[in-house]
Design a protein around this ligand. Structure first.
Ligand code: KIV
Length: 274
């Protein structure tokens, strides 16, 4: 039995439409996806933005951080997602080590993503230190989403995944970085794991959309990692995560039923063979 499609505007979501959504107070929905089948479900459900996140390094490749994933691997995921998506705006993360060196490297990484995946935009982590790269990528015609707060590619500098910008000095820096990213032309910014009051302040001061993950509900939209919100993972339970299903249980039961059916020679039955 198929589930009814969400009644939403069928037009392709663009960076401009996201700004219009912010202006009229419509919240933006965003989720990650890394492959064709999942992206098709998410897109057909009516998601506004699909992020091909470098969290693929964790939930797909089984690494403990996002650092090991390569540009080739991100392009592979981006290509698979793009084959499925008709409506959502697709954003692909530039992975660690492909833009921090200099702005020339950043532009050529972003161009590879756009050329090879056909995605509509890229996301990179950081503030003032990456502004030159953001400017150059945008001047090459590529829309850029920023990412501030807890930036997982810098985990070795932070040393912990705890809430960022609780201290006044760090909050002030984050606010300045957010304004800077808007000034250099980012079309949106992700804020990860920061106090809700700071998230709301950034969203109210910026004209571009601010999408939060653990940044409270005063921002312009929300993003989660799909494996976490579907309950496929059970070893990651931050306060900001709401689980909308327990797919780990559902999948385990289905797999166990299959094993049982094979063992007792119930599968395949008469109707399931030629
Ligand atoms: O890679 C990712 O999934 C992300 C989200 C956590 C925003 O960057």
């Amino acid at each position: 039995m198929s589930v009814a499609k969400r009644n939403c505007d069928d037009r392709k979501v663009t960076t401009h439409r996201l700004v219009e959504m912010k202006q009229r107070g419509e919240k933006i929905s965003m989720l990650t996806a890394y492959d064709y089948s999942m992206a098709k479900i998410v897109d057909e459900a009516g998601m506004d933005v699909i992020l091909v996140g470098d969290s693929a390094s964790n939930v797909i490749a089984g690494n403990t951080t996002t650092l090991p994933i390569t540009l080739d691997q991100m392009i592979y995921h981006g290509k698979s997602v793009m084959k499925a998506v008709k409506r959502a705006l697709v954003v692909v993360d530039l992975p660690f080590g492909t833009y921090q060196g200099n702005s020339k490297e950043a532009v050529s990484s972003a161009i590879r993503v756009m050329k090879e995946t056909h995605a509509e935009s890229i996301k990179i982590e950081g503030g003032i230190e990456i502004c030159k790269s953001v400017e150059r990528i945008i001047s090459a015609g590529i829309p850029v989403m920023g990412h501030l707060g807890l930036t997982p590619q810098s985990i070795n500098r932070f040393g912990t995944y705890t809430v960022r910008a609780r201290e006044e000095a760090e909050a002030k820096r984050l606010l300045e970085d957010a304004h800077l990213l808007e000034e250099v032309g980012c079309f949106a910014i992700v804020l990860e794991k920061i106090p809700a009051s700071l998230g709301a302040q950034v969203a109210s001061e910026l004209t571009i959309p601010v999408i939060g993950i653990g940044a409270g509900n005063g921002v312009d939209g929300q993003v989660l990692v799909i494996h976490d919100m579907l309950g496929m993972t059970d070893d990651f339970s931050p306060r900001f995560l709401r689980r909308y299903a327990n797919l780990k249980d559902v999948m385990t039961k289905a797999v166990q039923s299959y094993i049982e059916d094979v063992k007792r020679e119930d599968f395949p039955n008469e109707k399931e063979q030629y």
